[in-house]
Design a protein around this ligand. Sequence first.
Ligand code: R5P
Length: 295
Amino acid sequence: MTAETYILVSKNHQPPHRVDVTYSTFPDGDTHCLIKDLPAIKDCDVLIVHSLYPAQNNQLIKLFLLLGLLHDEGVKSVNVCVPYLPYARQDRRHVSGEAVSIDTICRLLTSMGCAQLYTFDCHFMKGASTVTRNGLIIRNFSLGPLLISYCRRKIGHPGIDILSPDIGAQYLTGGDKSMHKKRGSYAALDSGDSYRHIAALKSDHIAIAHDTVVLVDDMISTGSTMLHAIENLRARGIKHIYCAVTHGLFIADCYEKLAALTEETIFSDTVSHINALPFVDVQLATQIIPNWLRK
Ligand code: R5P
């Protein structure tokens, strides 16, 4: 999808039309948010389509400014579509005293007038479903089936094992083969970094029948999970490895590392990238917008 923010506006459930939002930056770094065509949004239901990644903190402020503006202009309702929801991995407390960050994000969105959030493969939701978290209705869609059918077509023969690198991503495969991943404790929190390294990743309990394996996960961030999983499969003699994920964040040089070790890394355009598969706009048109208009 495009990294641009836009809003869709609809009156009385009629087909929506698009209204542009313009962001600019003041010399001191403050963000400026503008809708030029204000009459177009009067008394309308609004769906904001906005990317929250990269630069998630900055992108959140942009979203909050837009929600504030729509509130001031008295629109009828506001829903938001963010294809990738950052902070969703901070959905529980691993050590005492740390913030459950996604709860704060949900609380802020609710208090800013967002009634429903549409997203894809939200980390804590595990499949197409709806939850209410801190007053915010989150409607989650899964790209797992699309990723897998794309891989099957691409590979072109039935001799494939489809695995997830951890139990949390098993829902994406539609099967029951997942590796066991164990994260360690936080390293270096005092130095300003927070990361829990992978302590172990095992697949001995899984029978692998073919020499082509597709590893399916919700996301690649540092690439550490996939790199451990690939190493594990190589040690078992698997020749052809594909990675398929919904969200490709590709921190540092992990995209290049994965490209060197796999047949292909396949990912959707919930985060924009030149090699991303264009899934989001189709899902918006066929799933999200019809759902929003039914409300
Ligand atoms: C973890 O539970 C997720 O499903 C992903 O496996 C993980 O977040 C990927 O992160 P990284 O690429 O840094 O290993």
